[in-house]
Design a binder for this molecule. Sequence first.
Ligand SMILES: *Cc1c(COP(=O)(O)O)cnc(C)c1O
Ligand SMILES: [Zn+2]
Length: 429
Amino acid sequence: MPSKLQCMDCKTDYAIDEVRYVCDECGGLLDVIHDWTDITITRELFDKRLGSLQPPYNSGVWRYKELVYPDIDDSLIVSKPEGNTNLYPMPRLASWAGVDTLYLKHEGENPTGSFKDRGMTGGVTQARVLGMDRVACASTGNTSASLASYAALAGMEGIIFLQNKAIALGKLAQGLAYGATCLRIDADFDRNLELVREASEKLGIYVLNSVNPFRLEGQKSIMIEALQQLSWQAPDWIVCPGGNLGNSSAFGKGLKEMYDLGLIDKLPRVAIIQAEGASPLYESYLSDFQDYEAQKAHTIATAIKIGNPVNYQKAVRTVRWTNGVVESVTDQQIMDAKALIDRAGIGCEPASACSLAGTRKLVEKGIIEPGSTVVGILTGHVLKDPDATIGYHSNMLEDITGQYANRLLQVGDDIDAIVEILDKEKVPV
Ligand SMILES: *Cc1c(COP(=O)(O)O)cnc(C)c1O
Ligand SMILES: [Zn+2]
């Protein structure tokens, strides 16, 4: 049987080639459901493709084609090719966070510098399946950068709705450079998402926000690839930032599918980390998801500055499926963790550092045990938000102290002064 769309709540089925984002019956979010009865899925199948130069298997998404979109025609796939990101063992950061073993999987190493590329290859490929020639999204920045690039590659028009303020410089530059139609709107992300959905309905444009279930199929591959890099031995914890909650939703679905198919022997627990000023999932978690209230979001981590996450229900499902947790961290904790990841030579944008800051906080609270193996997901590249980085190191950020700042040293055209500075031993943090 071909794959289908299915409502996560009332289980109504819809054809895979319908343009549809939510259920007609109940308004619920849709899952892409695959039929694996006639497909053999083994670790060996995917291991055999490692290092392949052959499209689509040279992509870290389409290597797992059987799990992502089994009966897609290869000629429709739009791939850069994405994924194949490194999983770094980080012993020093592990001891800072208080765990035995910490890996950081750097999704900033994707073609446009964030994990969004893994979802975008799925979404733009589906746009081709549907015969669409215009694709659109509202974005805090990385989705639009990715959409702009993939639309250009596929010969489609990319349309991006950006917030007036609060977009990091690198991301704005990418949208313009890749030739998208860029609308800057005096509204926050949550309102822009409503606007893009309305405009797209009126004009027949395909919406590629993470409400689009094909994006989540691509993003599942972060988990599959991480598990393959660990020789299919599941860690105790996966820790990731939570904004619109597409990633955490995709992780739950992907992990459960891998477990049900026997690719992994245990389910890691997923910890979703939100910024304190943009934490509707965390607040809801405190009432065991009985209450939910949208927020007006504030945080320096613009990628997760979202007050009403569209994938809330799917993220709750991830927490339930994996015995997961939700935590929040302050902007100070985010920027300090980022500084440590950066100076370890890895580097990331602010939102990504939730993974490390959250791990440390969950260890302090006794929720993550010190003997654990943790995989933290770094979602975006260090170059995305130079303002935040330079602001931290020059101690110019409002309400944030550059605790681990690397000060820019100013010196005249004077060899004695230069030698005097360099003669001092540098103190490592
Ligand atoms: C989009 C994004 C996030 C948030 O991911 P969600 O899937 O929306 O929760 C976090 N970090 C970065 C760098 C992002 O681009
Ligand atoms: Zn429904």
